[in-house]
Design a protein around this ligand. Structure first.
Ligand code: FMN
Length: 190
């Protein structure tokens, strides 16, 4: 049974990306996946501290916060969904701080091998009605997948600002469900 972890980057519970993440979860469960949801804003994750230039020499100086434990949960998953609103033309700090911390572990063979087996997906929301506004976040997650050797399975986007407005966009929620189903299906091939 594929395992998915949903990383919710918005501090707005019941907000647009949260509801999109739930639709993704529904789809993934329909195709047999087990899904765990994490609100990064509920955790204590500091920005990365100084690290050595050489990846193999790096140490995570901030192992007393929640980043390492969450990373272990990510490493144990087959599918990683980034549920991230567009904040200032990029991903929210909650997600960026966590992913930055991965640089502490990048020099470890086990980390690289585990990341290389994963499927990444992203759902995003943005206030601007311009569809391409979501590209800031989607392209970022796609670049992470490429760099880590993970498989990028796709994205869904919603243009709207009002909290939970995506609930009225049945087509967007269906895209999220289909993304969940697809992520679960391709996991078998990775
Ligand atoms: C700090 C902050 C920065 C934002 N930056 C942008 C932006 O650059 N472009 C945009 O279209 N919307 C921006 N927004 C609007 C959110 O992306 C939008 O409200 C989205 O629906 C929020 O998703 P959520 O409901 O999951 O929190 C910003 C919102 C906040 C709070």
């Amino acid at each position: 049974m594929p395992r998915a972890i949903v990383l919710c980057g918005s501090p707005r519970k019941g907000g647009n990306t949260d509801l999109m993440a739930d639709a993704f979860t529904e789809g993934a469960r329909q195709t047999g996946a087990e899904v765990e949801k994490v609100y990064l804003d509920d955790l204590w994750i500091r920005p990365i501290a100084e690290v050595a230039d050489v990846p193999e020499m790096r140490v995570d100086l901030r192992q007393d916060d929640d980043a390492r434990r969450l990373l272990d949960r990510v490493l144990a998953a087959d599918i990683v969904l980034f549920a991230a609103p567009v904040y200032w033309q990029g991903v929210p700090a909650q997600i960026k701080a966590f992913v930055d911390r991965w640089a502490c572990y990048w020099g470890q063979q086990g980390f690289r091998e585990a990341m290389g087996r994963k499927v990444f997906a992203v759902v995003t929301a943005h206030a601007s009605p311009e569809a391409q506004e979501g590209d800031w976040v989607i392209n970022q997650v796609r670049a992470w997948a490429d760099f880590l050797g993970a498989r990028f399975v796709g994205s869904a986007r919603f243009g709207g600002c009002e909290k939970g407005a995506v609930a009225r966009s049945k087509d967007v929620l269906e895209q999220c469900r289909e993304l969940g189903r697809e992520a679960s299906r391709v996991t078998a091939e990775v």
